[in-house]
Design a protein around this ligand. Structure first.
Ligand SMILES: Cc1cc2nc3c(=O)[nH]c(=O)nc-3n(C[C@H](O)[C@H](O)[C@H](O)COP(=O)(O)OP(=O)(O)OC[C@H]3O[C@@H](n4cnc5c(N)ncnc54)[C@H](O)[C@@H]3O)c2cc1C
Length: 284
């Protein structure tokens, strides 16, 4: 039988986020959303709390928790502001998760400690304008030249496409339609030929940055390949399996947040000389 009771770590994380969020998120969330402001400094603070490397083993500077603690953290943040939950989840599950699962020891030692503290913010680029669900049809190409790959193309809808310090990017190294024809690379901000592009003007979760990533003759050393050449698509599908758990936690947090806010409102709002919560249709 499934046990839905929170363990001690989950309770500790939920309490910590409630206290932290009351000071650092709730007072600012409307302004961030109105102005579509991505609050980078907030994520540095979440890094100090251990929430930007929740699943990263402690030997790489992370919190070393399990998915139970991770979904609690996403749901609690999303209760307060789904934009924050989304950005935290994308950083943890996608960029950090990909390096953690498929990086070699040298790559893990180089990137995970900085990602876990959010000294570096992570981005993950699979989606392209014409290849969303059909990601295997991607057009971004990485062409081998000696010890280097030259990446050309554009990714869109990328969380932290502009502000990310390090990106995992999946590019075509083989034929279109071949699920073994794509490879994952780690690309650092400042690499010539790599830049962020247009930021989306979204209807919701406006404080989470969603933007293009553009590659123009971007030269990346072969040591930046994650795992084996040709495994990028299969790796990405595995990463998205974990990402789906995050999206479920995010949705749960939004639903809980909306329920709590509506209960509170129904107890404050008076009609016919009593709180509307007393009426049968609401009944709290
Ligand atoms: C806020 C936000 C953040 C994101 N962050 C990232 C990120 O960090 N990195 C990244 O790589 N991507 C990111 N994405 C992109 C996201 O992964 C894509 O939006 C997603 O893959 C869907 O692609 P699409 O939007 O092109 O929709 P489409 O693929 O065009 O799908 C449109 C509709 O058709 C349906 N559909 C498509 N194919 C089928 C099928 N075979 N059978 C039945 N129905 C189908 C879909 O379910 C959907 O309803 C983000 C998107 C958003 C909105």
């Amino acid at each position: 039988m499934l046990n839905f009771t929170m363990n001690e770590n989950q309770r500790m994380i939920a309490d910590m986020i409630r206290d932290f969020g009351a000071k650092e998120i709730t007072p600012f969330r409307k302004e961030w959303d109105d102005n579509q402001h991505f609050p980078l400094e907030l994520f540095k603070k979440l890094g100090e709390l251990g929430l930007m490397g929740v699943l990263v083993p402690t030997e790489y500077g992370g919190s070393g928790f399990t998915y139970f603690e991770y979904v609690t953290a996403i749901a609690e943040l999303s209760k307060l502001d789904p934009s924050v939950g989304l950005s935290m989840a994308a950083h943890n599950s996608l960029c950090t998760g990909h390096i953690m699962q498929f990086g070699n020891e040298e790559q893990k030692k180089k990137y995970l400690p900085k990602l876990a503290t959010c000294e570096w913010l992570g981005a993950w680029g699979l989606t392209e304008p014409n290849t969303g669900s059909d990601a295997g049809n991607m057009r971004t190409v990485a062409k081998k030249e000696g010890e280097y790959y030259i990446i050309n193309g554009a990714k869109n809808f990328i969380t932290h496409g502009v502000s990310g310090d390090v990106a995992v990017v999946i590019a075509r190294t083989g034929e279109v339609g071949d699920s073994h024809g794509m490879t994952a690379f780690v690309v650092e901000k400042g690499t010539p030929g790599f830049r962020g592009g247009r930021k989306e003007d979204k209807l919701g979760m406006r404080a989470s940055e969603t933007a293009e990533m553009i590659f123009e003759d971007c030269k990346v050393h072969e040591s930046q390949v994650l795992g084996e050449v040709g495994d990028g698509f299969i790796q990405s599908m595995k990463i998205l399996d974990g990402g789906r758990i995050s999206i479920a936690a995010l949705s749960l947090g939004i639903a809980q947040g909306a329920l709590e806010a509506s209960i509170q409102y129904s107890q404050e709002r008076q009609q016919f000389n009593q709180p509307i919560s007393r009426f049968q249709g609401i009944s709290f």
